[in-house]
Design a protein around this ligand. Sequence first.
Ligand code: ATP
Length: 237
Amino acid sequence: MLKIDNINVYYGNIHALKGVSLEINEGEIVTLIGANGAGKSTLLKTISGLLKPKDGEILFQDQSIGGKVAQTIVKQGISHVPEGRRVFANMSVEENLELGAYLRKDKKGIKEDFEKVYDLFPRLFERRKQLSGTLSGGEQQMLAMGRALMARPKVLLLDEPSMGLAPLLVKTIFRIIEEINQSESGTTILLIEQNANMALSIADRAYVIETGKIVLAGTPDELNESDQVRLAYLGGY
Ligand code: ATP
């Protein structure tokens, strides 16, 4: 469904992604694991059109999207939930969700998706009139995910959704990611996580990125068996 073929991405003369290739099949949860600064967020920003690859190719449903503007990419069906949950602080929960659907015209579908988002996140329904800037960190993460879902994406890119959340809430967020993936629309998910154990527990496949290069790929079982991965990312022994 999404194929990244040998892309290179630079910030000025910093070579942040070095010949990265990866593939995500329809309906999968794929996780990208790597240390701070490895290039994880850079890859998501490149897929969603916030950064342009210098070369290489990004294919979404067999069409090239590399270098297209972010709005076009959202319209084609890829939504990005950035790190740090950037919600519009001075707008209510409801208004933030409406914004997520701003490229859509199907009023009926939008209404259905409001209901779906409120079903997934009952807390957002309770707080729908509240200014988003006054929500807790966990609630803002839910809102950022809800807003992305309002675009009815085929692929959801999640950048460290568990960051800074209490353990119980982390579990809730991961359960919801699985629900989004298993729902009737079967959203495909690319998940970046520092919490590699949790990410591998829900993923179909995983890639490991180190200083801008993919160094390993496989199923969670295969990665769990790798000494290199266990030591570096899984609190290994
Ligand atoms: P983290 O887990 O810490 O968020 P990451 O794997 O997401 O890390 P990136 O944010 O993709 O890492 O950064 C990859 C590299 O690119 C890092 O060396 C970083 O310093 C550099 N970088 C990121 N953004 C910029 C920028 N705007 N200008 C210059 N260099 C940048």
